[in-house]
Each structure stands twice: as structure tokens, then as C-alpha cells.
Design a protein around this ligand. Structure first.
Ligand SMILES: Cc1cc2nc3c(=O)[nH]c(=O)nc-3n(C[C@H](O)[C@H](O)[C@H](O)COP(=O)(O)O)c2cc1C
Length: 365
């Protein structure tokens, strides 16, 4: 399928503008999500083998998840399980509905497996997402895998009122998802990354923990790959006091690789966050650092440039207990999760390990 996707389907899809084809694909997947026979057909082609992970008090059927940003509106919730993902992170969602930045705002360099985006949290707001999540549940179409929600800050909300903005989204959604990710690392909302500063992040986490429902939900923090190790360490200092359940590492980068191929050069000049293959190495370095600093005590979800099982294995052995993909799904197509999970299971066997958790951090040093 990967071959067929890359050589037959992808050239047709990539003839369209990036966001245009993203929207059309999501609309088709949303339709499929509401049709059990279509989901079953997808599942027959793309479901992944079991490779269970117990983490965050949840059971993940496999460690490969859908990263935030792909399904910002919770439009296709049942489909991600049918495509073999072991979990999905919906959003980023903000308290206020907002259009995001002017289009075009997503650019691809095919030869490099890279994207630059400056979407700016285009979404219909937390209450609209809550209504959609309720509707999927009422239709009996809720997936069996864990579902997370990525929380961002509304553009209209000043930085000093950020905590309240995140809190309102959390209150609207807290009973409807299994875990939450505080996104303070998107480069596309002015000033957002300043919320990674210890005091600002402390305020946000305090507000969210105070708003926990009776059945507490794991709250993770998503970090930027551009933070220094010192800045990452400051965030880790909040983990204990604010009961941070884990770190998602990493978001897209503002850095641009040098030297770059002509295709990469052409998208590098665009403002926004770079994702895909050029992000892989830095994201792994961040994971390794976080794992070493916490001696493996804090769960890490590794994301950034994972295209195959070898990339996922690199993240896991650096310290990630789960991984996520976004860009590779665009470039490699719908068989991606199945192929990564299958490859991970084979690697585990070759390494003579019984559980994936036995591989976590073995190459962290
Ligand atoms: C178009 C696009 C939109 C994204 N939107 C979000 C978002 O809303 N929230 C978030 O935390 N990360 C967002 N991301 C970042 C991804 O979740 C992921 O961290 C990043 O792309 C690195 O993974 P990858 O190399 O597999 O793409 C977005 C990425 C892309 C390409």
C-alpha cells in the first residue's frame, strides 16, 4: 500500500494545494467515520497488530498515535482506530473559535519529507468540539483506543490571562477525553511559547489541576524542540508539584536545516513550524535529555520525523513510551501505523524483549 500510495495516489493528491487536500481528505474520513461498514473496510486493510502499552492509567492497543493538528475539529474520531493508530490526539482546540492565519499556511517539500505550517490554531472552539465528541459517543462510534485533546490558547486572549483560557477549554472537555495535552509550544500563536516559562506554565497547570473532575485526567505538557536543555529542566521542575502526567516531545521547530535541498530551501523561507524528517534528530535529542533527567520516571510521548519502525525505535530507545506521527501520514499514506507497529514488534522480537516497556530508554545512556 505504501508503494501504491507513494506512486499512484500521492501524485494526484499532491496536485492540490496542501491545506485544500487536507480538508478534502478529512471530509472523506469524517464521512467514513459515520459509516460502520466503511470503517470496518478500512480496519480490514489497515488495522495494526496488538502491541499493548499500559501508561497514564490507560491501555494503549499499540504505541503509535496520531499527533495533534491532523484532526483539529474531532471530525473523524472513529477513523483513526480503523487506520491502526493506538491512540489519537485531537485538536489543538482553543476556548474561542478562530480562523487561524491567512491561507496559504501549509507547505510541503516532498523529497525531504518535510512540512512547514503556520496554521495558527484554526478551530471552531472547545464547546463545538465537546458537542462533536458527545455526538460520536451517542452514535456508539467511540473508538476503543485512548483519545486525547490538545489544548491551545485563543489568539484574542492576552498572555497574562492564558491560564483562564486553557481552564475554560479543559472544563468544557474534561469528561469527554482520556488525557489532555497543554500545548505551549506551537510557534504560530504570537507569544505562546513564552508560556513555557516556568511561572507562566505553573499558573496554567495550577488552574487545570484545580479544575480536575472527580475521575482525574492525565495532563501532559507539549514542548518545543527549540528549548535549551536548561529550559526543559525548568519545566521538569513543575512535574512533581503540578502532577504533570508526562511530556509530549516535540512540537514543530523554528530552526531550518543548513544546508538544505532546493525543495526544503523553498519552504524554509516560509514563516512557521517545520516538521517531518528534518525534525527527527532534534526531537530524539530532547527525548533523550528528558529521559535522562527524570531517570525514566516521567512518561514521554515521542513525536517528530517518525516515518518508519526504525525511527519509532530510535524514539523509544531514547526514552519514549509512546510515539506519534503527523507528517509521515501525509507522505507515506494510510498504511503507516500498521507498518510501524509491525516493524516495532519484529524489532522487539529480534532484541529478545517481551514488552515494549523493556526497550524504553535503553539507548538513553
Ligand atoms: C499542519 C500541522 C498542524 C499542527 N497542529 C498542531 C496543533 O494544533 N497542536 C500541536 O500541539 N501540534 C500541532 N502540530 C505538530 C504535530 O503534532 C507534531 O508535533 C509535529 O508535526 C512533529 O511531528 P511530525 O514530524 O510527525 O509531523 C501540527 C503539525 C502540522 C504539520
Amino acid at each position: 500500500m505504501s508503494w501504491a500510495y507513494r506512486h499512484l495516489l500521492r501524485p494526484m493528491l499532491f496536485a492540490f494545494e496542501s491545506e485544500d487536500i487536507h480538508d478534502r481528505t478529512l471530509a472523506a474520513l469524517a464521512l467514513a467515520g459515520g459509516q460502520p461498514p466503511l470503517c470496518e473496510a478500512l480496519s480490514a486493510c489497515f488495522s495494526a497488530p496488538e502491541l499493548p502499552v499500559d501508561l497514564l492509567g490507560l491501555r494503549f492497543p499499540n504505541p503509535v498515535g496520531l499527533a495533534a493538528g491532523m484532526d483539529k475539529q474531532a471530525a473523524a474520531v472513529p477513523v483513526w482506530e480503523a487506520l491502526g493508530f493506538g491512540f489519537s490526539e485531537l485538536g489543538g482546540v482553543t476556548w474561542h473559535a478562530q480562523p487561524g492565519n491567512p491561507r496559504p499556511r501549509m507547505f510541503r517539500a516532498v523529497a525531504d519529507g518535510a512540512l512547514v505550517n503556520r496554521m495558527g490554531f484554526n478551530n471552531s472552539g472547545a464547546e463545538a468540539m465537546a458537542a462533536r465528541l458527545r455526538a460520536w459517543r451517542q452514535q456508539g462510534r467511540w473508538p476503543r483506543h485512548p483519545v486525547g485533546v490538545n489544548l491551545g490558547k485563543s489568539k484574542v486572549t492576552p498572555l497574562e490571562l492564558a491560564a483562564g483560557d486553557y481552564e475554560q477549554s479543559f472544563r468544557a472537555l474534561r469528561d469527554l477525553a482520556d488525557f489532555f495535552v497543554v500545548n505551549v509550544s506551537s510557534p504560530n500563536t504570537p507569544g505562546l511559547r513564552q508560556l513555557q516559562d516556568k511561572a507562566a506554565l505553573d499558573d496554567i497547570l495550577a488552574a487545570l489541576q484545580a479544575a480536575q473532575p472527580a475521575a482525574r485526567k492525565p495532563i501532559l505538557v507539549k514542548v518545543a524542540p527549540d528549548l535549551t536543555f536548561d529550559a526543559l529542566d525548568e519545566i521538569l521542575e513543575l512535574a512533581g508539584p503540578r502532577q504533570v502526567a508526562g511530556i509530549v516531545a516535540t512540537n514543530t521547530t523554528l530552526a531550518r536545516p543548513v544546508p538544505a535541498s532546493p525543495a526544503l530551501q523553498s519552504i524554509s523561507s516560509q514563516a512557521g513550524g517545520l516538521s517531518g524528517r528534518p525534525l527527527r534528530q532534534r526531537s530524539t535529542e530532547v527525548i533523550r535529555h528528558l529521559y535522562r533527567q527524570t531517570r525514566g520516571a516521567l512518561p514521554i510521548i515521542g513525536v517528530g520525523g517518525i516515518f518508519n519502525a526504525a525511527d519509532a525505535w530510535e524514539k523509544i530507545t531514547a526514552g519514549a513510551s509512546l510515539v506519534q506521527v503527523y507528517s509521515a501520514l501525509v507522505f507515506e499514506g494510510p498504511a503507516l501505523a500498521k507498518s510501524v507497529v509491525t516493524g516495532l514488534a519484529a524489532r522487539l522480537e529480534r532484541a529478545g524483549l517481551r514488552h515494549l516497556r523493556d526497550a524504553v530508554g535503553v539507548a538513553a545512556g
